[in-house]
Design a protein. Structure first.
Length: 102
Protein backbone atom coordinates (compact mmCIF):
# COMPACT_ATOMS: atom_id res chain seq x y z
CA UNK A 1 0.00 0.00 0.00
CA UNK A 2 1.19 3.53 -0.71
CA UNK A 3 2.89 4.97 2.40
CA UNK A 4 0.98 8.26 2.31
CA UNK A 5 -2.31 6.42 1.94
CA UNK A 6 -1.38 4.23 4.91
CA UNK A 7 -0.71 7.35 7.00
CA UNK A 8 -4.05 8.79 5.87
CA UNK A 9 -5.88 5.65 7.02
CA UNK A 10 -4.13 5.73 10.41
CA UNK A 11 -5.08 9.37 10.91
CA UNK A 12 -8.70 8.63 9.93
CA UNK A 13 -8.77 5.80 12.45
CA UNK A 14 -7.50 8.09 15.21
CA UNK A 15 -9.82 10.94 14.22
CA UNK A 16 -12.95 8.82 14.17
CA UNK A 17 -16.22 9.58 12.46
CA UNK A 18 -17.04 13.21 11.80
CA UNK A 19 -13.47 14.53 11.99
CA UNK A 20 -12.14 15.27 8.51
CA UNK A 21 -8.59 14.27 7.59
CA UNK A 22 -7.30 16.27 4.63
CA UNK A 23 -4.08 16.01 2.63
CA UNK A 24 -2.81 19.38 1.40
CA UNK A 25 -6.27 20.97 1.15
CA UNK A 26 -6.63 23.98 -1.15
CA UNK A 27 -6.68 27.34 0.65
CA UNK A 28 -10.30 27.94 -0.37
CA UNK A 29 -11.49 24.68 1.22
CA UNK A 30 -14.10 25.29 3.98
CA UNK A 31 -12.88 23.54 7.14
CA UNK A 32 -14.95 22.17 10.01
CA UNK A 33 -13.42 21.69 13.46
CA UNK A 34 -11.87 19.62 14.81
CA UNK A 35 -9.94 18.53 11.74
CA UNK A 36 -6.57 17.05 10.86
CA UNK A 37 -4.55 18.53 8.01
CA UNK A 38 -1.31 17.04 6.77
CA UNK A 39 1.23 17.80 4.09
CA UNK A 40 4.49 16.47 2.75
CA UNK A 41 7.38 18.13 4.62
CA UNK A 42 10.53 16.55 3.22
CA UNK A 43 12.56 13.41 3.64
CA UNK A 44 14.56 12.07 6.55
CA UNK A 45 17.69 10.12 5.65
CA UNK A 46 19.98 8.04 7.88
CA UNK A 47 23.57 7.46 6.83
CA UNK A 48 26.16 4.84 7.67
CA UNK A 49 29.56 4.29 6.06
CA UNK A 50 28.95 7.43 3.98
CA UNK A 51 25.90 5.85 2.32
CA UNK A 52 22.17 6.25 2.69
CA UNK A 53 20.69 3.22 4.38
CA UNK A 54 17.24 4.42 5.38
CA UNK A 55 14.91 7.02 3.93
CA UNK A 56 11.45 8.05 5.13
CA UNK A 57 9.00 10.74 4.09
CA UNK A 58 8.24 13.36 6.72
CA UNK A 59 4.76 14.84 7.02
CA UNK A 60 3.62 17.86 8.98
CA UNK A 61 0.35 16.98 10.69
CA UNK A 62 -1.76 19.74 12.22
CA UNK A 63 -4.73 19.13 14.47
CA UNK A 64 -7.00 22.18 14.59
CA UNK A 65 -9.60 22.26 17.35
CA UNK A 66 -11.73 24.70 19.29
CA UNK A 67 -11.11 22.94 22.62
CA UNK A 68 -7.73 23.81 24.15
CA UNK A 69 -6.86 20.22 25.12
CA UNK A 70 -8.45 17.67 22.79
CA UNK A 71 -7.90 13.97 23.43
CA UNK A 72 -6.77 13.61 19.84
CA UNK A 73 -3.45 15.29 20.76
CA UNK A 74 -2.48 12.31 22.89
CA UNK A 75 -3.58 9.78 20.31
CA UNK A 76 -1.59 11.45 17.53
CA UNK A 77 1.43 11.84 19.85
CA UNK A 78 1.38 8.08 20.46
CA UNK A 79 1.84 7.29 16.78
CA UNK A 80 5.12 5.64 15.87
CA UNK A 81 7.80 8.09 14.65
CA UNK A 82 5.73 11.09 15.74
CA UNK A 83 7.13 14.19 17.44
CA UNK A 84 5.11 17.08 18.81
CA UNK A 85 6.52 20.31 17.34
CA UNK A 86 4.45 23.22 18.62
CA UNK A 87 1.13 24.62 19.72
CA UNK A 88 -0.29 27.98 18.72
CA UNK A 89 -3.64 29.74 18.77
CA UNK A 90 -5.02 31.64 15.81
CA UNK A 91 -8.51 33.04 15.21
CA UNK A 92 -9.80 31.37 18.37
CA UNK A 93 -8.59 27.93 17.25
CA UNK A 94 -5.89 25.74 18.79
CA UNK A 95 -3.29 24.33 16.40
CA UNK A 96 -1.20 21.32 17.43
CA UNK A 97 1.64 20.61 14.99
CA UNK A 98 3.42 17.26 14.73
CA UNK A 99 6.12 15.74 12.52
CA UNK A 100 5.55 12.15 11.48
CA UNK A 101 8.01 10.00 9.55
CA UNK A 102 6.38 7.41 7.38
Amino acid sequence: MDRRRNLHLKLEQIAGAGVPVLYQPPSMHKLTYPCILYQYDGTGVKHADNKKYHRASRYQVTLIARKPDPSLVEEISNMEYCTFQQWFAKDGLNHYVFSIYN
